[in-house]
Design a protein around this ligand. Sequence first.
Ligand code: EPZ
Length: 419
Amino acid sequence: MSQFIINGPAKLSGEIPVNGAKNLALKIIPASIILADEITITNLPDIEDIDRALSLLEILGGKTEKRGSRVKIDTRNLNKNELPKDIANKFRASIMFVGPLLARFGEVKFPHPGGCVIGAGGRPIDIFVEGFKKLGAELKIQNDHYILKAKKLRGNTYFFPNVSVTATESLMMTATLASGTTTLKNCAMEPEITELAQYLNENGADIQGAGTPTMTIKGVDNVSGGKFHIIPDRIETGSFAIMAAATGSELTITDCRPDHIQILLTIFEKIGIKYQRGRDWLKIKRSPKIQPYSIKTHEYPGFPTDLQPPYTVLMTQAQGTSIIHETIYDRRLFYVDMLSQMGADTIMCDPHRVVVNGPTKLYNKKLTSPDLRAGIALIIASLVAEGETQIGNIYQIDRGYEKIDKRLRKIGVNINRSK
Ligand code: EPZ
């Protein structure tokens, strides 16, 4: 199993550009199914889940032509509406193909999606299924496959029982081709959702209210393709900003959107991390003393659950006590046990809350990354720690951070990948 070997402590310097947002790329690719047209996507991050999504599209009859961070997709001849178990089982975002296939073909067959272990009951999809049924689909379960059928989806009102990013995106895309008007309430408000809605509207859809808790989607007969540029990944931006803060480094983060991590920058001001910002760059200044500040993860624009693990590492270096409360997912504090093995002073109150006392020296350790965001947190911890740290299961990190070792070496990190 390949590993990262990292020598700390590290001082970062220079500039690091941010890639396109993984969690937007994983939606625009399935969205191309409702377009039944050609679409060119630029600023695509080069990570495994994207390749998975593109190969899934090809299995369904789509054509894809990827060159670096640009891909041309043609879904005019799509001819299959069943998600193969071996691929769909490997990544959660395969669920995003279900709605568009249902809207386009009136029927879709799929297994339960896979992906990170976080989330109760292995990443539930009850909210998706309820939403599709609200739009008139009928559900059958046949030997561990779901089959959804709907001659023609009909607009309706659906109140999300739990704010869900992918369920919001999925129902928004699907309702675009339903007959009549759909009102979605208690929607997620992530910037990626607003981007997606804006793109679909530029090409014939009629989606109002994206980025607010209530969306109204007027069904249309078709939506055409066009060019789509993926916005910078706000979680990469926040991860690099926290990495600089935790190592007391001065680092400039480019090709980013500081306005998409306003919550983190607001907390940086409270804890003494100095920074300068422009429209598409963020410069973290060397900040010797960090004050503790407790957080509770929350849907956008609140503190993102995906930045919780990196932020917890930062709090191990703060001058005092903080409480980290993970409200979105179960199992997203698994990595804290490894931080305490590295020397962090943590007390698990319950599966969702941990008390962190700082500052503590961290020491090198042999670690395994339990999930994507814990993986980058362990990298940050190893940059703070003394000595050589080994991190296994780095497939989980490669899934979300393109060529992360190569990019970190460019800003002064002593990191190597062992086969
Ligand atoms: C998206 O996941 C992101 N993934 C996650 O990023 C991110 O952590 C999450 O939103 C929250 O911001 C993608 O966009 C591909 P949810 P998603 O549905 O949509 C429960 C990363 O590291 N729920 O908003 O799957 C669920 O269990 C990944 O990049 C149901 O109960 O998250 C969770 O507790 C990790 N039933 C809560 O809702 C459902 O049908 C929020 O999950 C769906 C979700």
